[in-house]
Design a protein around this ligand. Structure first.
Ligand SMILES: *Cc1c(COP(=O)(O)O)cnc(C)c1O
Length: 390
């Protein structure tokens, strides 16, 4: 189905921070499959782990015990606030599990009427019927009605508006601490602490969607760690498998108290091949220098972009984000500029809402990649003919 526009970039091979097309042409990949290829392309430890596991045991049903799943879940529990984990194959499924866990908590708690989650304008939680019901974006919702009831939207970073929506049907809040697709909008400390406090006061659940901003992307394992805000439930995916399709829903045992035998399931979720990929990713991320490297490269990238902006201030407005989740806000159509970068300069980025160029390099990016990126971006800006100037 032609749900994505056709694109002349057709990669057939990857190596570190570069992709190669059918004719051998090279692209600098600062999109990482939208924050997925955390270790870049062809990372030897990840490749070997997948090859070895494929030869040993690829898939078994979740009807049987899983030493591989238990081992990864144990590691995630040790790393986070969570006591329990459910593995999925994608981000949307991780969010679906989070929504079900939140609803089922209140059901098990004797309040089945508390089924509604408060979500936020410009949020993105996936493309299933449940997750599009959680967003306010018409382009994702139009024509798919009737959508799932039980969601209400407030403006992002507007605590008072969110609290004003709380009523006897509210189960909790579902929020990206940094909105990705919505335009790399960073949730403020006051906003996220305010949501947490409201949850504590009213027995609601704070559900964080860290599918994009989590898993090392911002220089800590999860972004909420930097804010000192702890969720009850969290959806994770994208970087977790380094390119192997995997997601996870993490929760405290309290929040997950409704998720008993038979309430949820997945045929593929958490199969041994996925677990091997995730173990390899975690092994690399657990090396002592890994997260500090992400933070340092993030600062370097941001600094270089900020220095460049005044030279092209007719095009660029400001830089935002955290770590290696960076948004370059444009004064013009970002989608068109991203295509220009891609087609004329062989640099891959992703456009995001509100005219933002989303910059998501592999977390193993080095200084010379950043220098190459910013130089090319600057060269591209110099020759770019804005549609408005045509
Ligand atoms: C990408 C994304 C999702 C959906 O993940 P899929 O793997 O595409 O289903 C959900 N939430 C956020 C914040 C995302 O960035």
């Amino acid at each position: 189905m032609p749900v994505y526009p056709r694109c002349a970039v057709r990669p057939v091979r990857g190596e570190g921070c570069y992709l190669f097309g059918e004719d051998g042409e090279r692209y600098l990949d600062f999109a990482s499959g939208i924050a997925v290829n955390a270790l870049g392309h062809g990372h030897p430890a990840l490749v070997k782990a997948i090859a070895d596991q494929a030869a040993t045991l690829m898939h078994v049903s979740n009807l049987y015990g899983s030493p591989q799943g238990e081992a990864l879940a144990r590691r995630l529990v040790d790393l986070t606030f969570a006591d329990t984990v459910f593995f999925t194959n994608s981000g949307a499924e991780a969010v679906e599990c989070a929504i079900k866990t939140a609803r089922r908590f209140h059901y098990a708690d004797g309040h089945p009427e508390r089924h509604a989650l408060i979500t936020f304008n410009n949020a993105f939680h996936g493309r299933t019927l449940g997750t599009i019901s959680a967003t306010s974006q018409p382009k994702m919702r139009d024509g798919f009605e009737p959508l799932l009831p039980g969601f209400a939207q407030a403006p992002f970073n507007d605590l008072d508006a969110a609290l004003a929506l709380v009523d006897e049907h509210t189960a909790g809040f579902l929020v990206e601490p940094i909105q990705g697709e919505g335009g790399v909008s960073v949730g403020t400390r006051a906003f996220l602490h305010g949501l947490r406090a409201a949850c504590d006061e009213r027995g609601l659940l704070l559900v964080l969607d860290e599918v994009q901003c989590g898993y090392g992307r911002t220089g800590t394992m999860f972004y909420h760690e930097q804010l000192g805000v702890t969720p009850d439930i969290m959806a994770v995916a994208k970087g977790i498998g380094g390119g192997f399709p995997l997601g996870a829903c993490l929760a405290t045992s309290h929040a997950a108290k409704g998720m008993v035998a038979g309430t949820h399931g997945s045929t593929y979720g958490g199969n041994p091949l996925a677990m091997a990929a995730a173990q390899a990713v975690l092994d690399v991320m657990a090396e002592p220098g890994f997260l500090p490297h992400v933070a340092a490269m993030g600062e370097r990238l941001r600094g270089a972009l900020e220095q460049m902006i005044p030279n092209h201030d007719h095009l660029f407005d400001h830089v935002r984000g955290a770590g290696l989740m960076v948004g370059l806000k444009m004064k013009t159509d970002a989608r068109r500029f991203v295509a220009h970068l891609r087609d004329e300069h062989r640099v891959l980025t992703v456009s995001a809402g509100e005219n933002v160029v989303r910059i998501l390099p592999p977390l193993v990016v080095e200084e010379y990649h950043i220098a190459e990126f910013v130089e090319t971006l600057s060269a591209a800006a110099r020759v770019y003919v804005d549609a408005a100037d045509d």
